[in-house]
Design a protein around this ligand. Structure first.
Ligand code: HPA
Length: 273
């Protein structure tokens, strides 16, 4: 067994020693969106710092806890807070928890994030279903020796975000009576926000929203055969669009404002995956 496979195994064994639940769905909650954790039943909360080989998340609005339990009756594992490359972690490390989720039994992944709106039809507070991504980080979690037991050397990314699950999410938004946007998420390294010129470039490239996470996790999830659905909370319009400065405070305030819509969408989604 290679080093990473061993590390995954050790993390899995520790998590299993804490909870008997065998998760079917993994959830990764972005900045300010960890509130979903409060709705997990029979929850066992494990601090990242206690899980073998797990890095520790350092950002405000990211708690750094793994929860195992049930959501809408479905066994889940939820990350409250994720690892970003701007914290200094390598791409492979940001993807480690995804592989652990898969090894625990989850074959579906719900990723969420806070993002800046590039599409000028969007407004802050919108929720956007991720149809596809542009990995603008220049990093990839699969660089290095490939573990053929986990996935193939050159994984297909032509449906990185499951069409089937996107249709399910759209159906729920219709039922719940709100407009769910759909678009392309472009990931940058951060941590500085983009310049207005960069945002114009990204729009030209076909991006609808920009953020500093998600793509490495989604690449790793596709590699190991998970079906992925992604939701961005448009917390602000991207730099240069509204002629006002961007701040993390605004990001957190907007997630707070859209929390109930976000919660009902994700809770229902999990029950229909
Ligand atoms: N840019 C990058 N990441 C973000 C933004 C943004 O405008 N808003 C929330 N996360």
């Amino acid at each position: 067994m290679n080093t990473q496979a061993k590390q995954i195994q050790e993390a899995v064994e520790f998590i299993r020693s804490q909870s008997p639940v065998k998760p079917q769905v993994g959830l990764i909650m972005g900045s300010g969106l960890g509130v979903l954790a409060d709705y997990i039943e029979q929850a066992v909360t494990i601090s990242y710092s206690d899980i073998p080989h797990f890095p520790v998340s350092t950002v405000e609005g990211h708690a750094g806890e793994l929860l195992v339990g049930t959501l809408s009756g479905v066994p889940v594992v939820l990350m409250k807070g994720r690892f970003h490359m701007y914290e200094g972690y390598g791409a492979e490390l940001t993807a480690f928890p995804v592989r652990v989720m898969k090894a625990l039994g989850a074959d579906k992944l719900v990723v969420t994030n806070a993002a800046g709106g590039i599409n000028t039809n969007f407004a802050d507070g919108d929720l956007m279903l991720i149809s596809d991504h542009i990995n603008f980080t220049g990093r990839n979690p699969l660089i290095g020796q490939n573990d053929n037991n986990v996935g193939v050397r050159f994984p297909d990314m032509s449906e990185g975000y499951s069409r089937r699950l996107r249709d399910v999410a759209k159906g729920i938004a219709d039922e719940q009576g709100f407009q769910l946007r759909e678009g392309v998420y472009l990931a940058v390294m951060g941590p500085s926000y983009e310049t207005p010129a960069e945002i114009r470039m990204m729009r030209t490239l076909g991006a609808d929203a920009v953020g500093m996470s998600t793509v490495t996790e989604v690449i790793a999830a596709n590699h190991c055969g998970m079906e992925v659905v992604g939701i961005s909370c448009i917390t602000n319009m991207a730099a240069g669009i509204l002629d006002q400065p961007l701040s993390h405070t605004e990001v957190i305030e907007t997630t707070e404002r859209v929390k109930s819509r976000f919660l009902s969408l994700v809770q229902t989604l999990v029950s229909r995956l």
